[in-house]
Write a protein that binds this ligand. Structure first.
Ligand SMILES: [Zn+2]
Length: 74
C-alpha cells in the first residue's frame, strides 16, 4: 500500500505520515526519515535550537527546507 504524508495525501484526514505529530515529538538535533510515495518529502529534522526542517529529495539530493511547525498542521 502506498504511504502518503499529511502534506500530499489525496484522502481527507487520512495519511500514514503525520508531519506535524512527527515534528512535535522530535527532540532537538534529531530527525525522522520516511518514504512518502506522493511527494518528495523524506524526513523531518529538528535542529539544536528547535527549528524544524523538511528534508526533500530534489534531483537526487536531500534539501533541507525550514518550515514553521504550524504549517504542518493539517
Ligand atoms: Zn507526501
Amino acid at each position: 500500500m502506498a504511504e502518503y504524508c499529511s502534506q500530499c495525501s489525496p484522502f481527507e484526514n487520512e495519511f500514514d505520515i503525520d508531519l506535524f505529530k512527527t515534528a512535535l515529538k522530535l527532540k532537538n538535533g534529531n530527525s525522522e526519515s520516511f518514504i512518502c510515495e506522493g511527494c518528495n518529502n523524506r524526513a523531518v529534522y529538528k535542529d539544536e535550537t528547535g527549528k524544524v526542517y523538511l528534508a526533500k529529495l530534489v534531483k537526487g539530493e536531500i534539501e533541507l527546507q525550514p518550515v514553521n511547525i504550524e504549517e504542518l498542521i493539517k
